[in-house]
Design a protein around this ligand. Structure first.
Ligand code: MG
Length: 365
């Protein structure tokens, strides 16, 4: 039985800013791009969240909701420095640390004998050290696998932790809303709810055939996740091959003009995630993905080391022209340079789970 900890700092960029400028504490604060440049909110503190602001929201909208919002530009030098300090703390406990972004990581502490071998105590100690040495707070989830550890770290956020012990997995997952499964976004969750599926327990009534029929390859993943099963290992050496952001629309986009209109929001979200990568990466290709209303799928890509909206728009035009039908899903992203020359990654069972993040946005590798 494995012991996995998922550690996640609380409103990381905003926390670093409040640490360095204590006068900002207690006021609604966000880090992000300016409204005039169609910027988005990267992170905001809990005071801002209480007023309806959230990450990935356009800054213009955030300022309308909360005119007193203090907006700071990101300072990645300080965020990376804090991130490095935190990684050093993690590596005191185990070499099996897999960073997901600047402020999130999985730790496999199976067989580690610190804290009498208790992953719960290790998580408490790690969080106390982050508080003392980096002077920000983190939350943690402790569970037998990555999926549950990540769900658990969100359970008592901020500045809290939650443990799911092996005998508790069955009951915990049965009651878990399907929307908590990564890869199940709002549209998919709504579709499931229409069919009476609200929790992972409900979803277990669907056999593998039905899940595959409804969800394609992701169906097999869902079959496992709704039973609390996730065999993915914690991989300290994992190198992301690509990064992309995609959205499934509640209503199909009828034509190319409607697709163009969605492009800026996708690109803004892509840029937010790109900035938050655990290590800076060189881009090699720009990519656009389209899934049409009939579920046929196509991607277009070209070499581009600094893709901008015009590049993605041209790819969108190419990809759209292949079918010219209504569109249910759009994605934009990049492939990284090192992946072109690097060794091929081996794909083991369940590995495709890494394609998804907790918000249902697909992060392709
Ligand atoms: Mg975080």
């Amino acid at each position: 039985m494995r012991k996995i900890i998922h550690c996640d700092c609380d409103c990381f960029y905003a926390a670093v800013e409040m640490r360095d400028q204590p006068a900002l504490r207690g006021k609604p604060l966000a880090v992000g791009g300016r409204a005039e440049t169609r910027g988005v909110i990267a992170t905001c503190n809990y005071e801002a969240r209480a007023l309806g602001v959230h990450s990935a929201m356009s800054t213009a909208r955030a300022l309308r909701l909360c005119p007193q919002l203090i907006l700071l530009p990101p300072d990645f030098r300080r965020y990376r420095e804090a991130s490095q300090q935190i990684l050093t703390i993690y590596r005191d406990y185990t070499p099996l640390v897999e960073p997901l972004s600047l402020d999130e990581a999985y730790l496999d502490v199976s067989g580690v004998d610190r804290c009498q071998g208790s992953a719960t105590l290790m998580a408490e100690e790690i969080r106390a050290r982050i508080r003392a040495e980096v002077r920000i707070t983190a939350s943690a989830g402790i569970a037998p696998n990555k999926f549950l550890a990540k769900v658990a770290s969100d359970w008592n956020k901020p500045d809290g932790q939650f443990v799911i012990r092996p005998p508790e997995v069955e009951t915990f997952v049965a009651a878990l809303p399907v929307g908590k499964i990564f890869g199940v976004g709002k549209v998919t969750a709504a579709r499931l709810q229409k069919q009476g599926v609200h929790t992972c327990g409900d979803l277990r009534a669907w056999d593998l055939n039905r899940l595959t029929h409804e969800f394609g390859r992701f169906g097999a993943t869902l079959y496992q996740l709704c039973r609390g099963m996730d065999e993915r290992s914690v991989r300290p050496d994992r190198i992301r091959k690509s990064l992309s952001v995609e959205t499934t629309y509640a209503h199909d986009l009828p034509d190319l003009a409607a697709c163009h209109a969605e492009l800026p929001a996708l690109i803004a979200e892509f840029r937010r995630r790109f900035a938050n990568l655990s290590a800076p990466r060189a881009v090699h290709n720009a990519v656009v993905k389209i899934k049409f209303a009939d579920f046929t799928q196509t991607t277009a890509e070209c070499v581009s080391v600094t893709p901008d909206e015009a590049v993605w728009r041209a790819l969108l035009d190419d990809a759209y022209a292949r079918q010219g039908k209504a569109v249910r899903l759009l994605g934009v992203g990049v492939r990284f340079a090192e992946a072109e020359a690097g060794p091929r990654e081996t794909h083991r069972g369940g590995e495709q789970l890494d394609l998804f993040d907790a918000e249902g946005i697909i992060l392709q590798r």
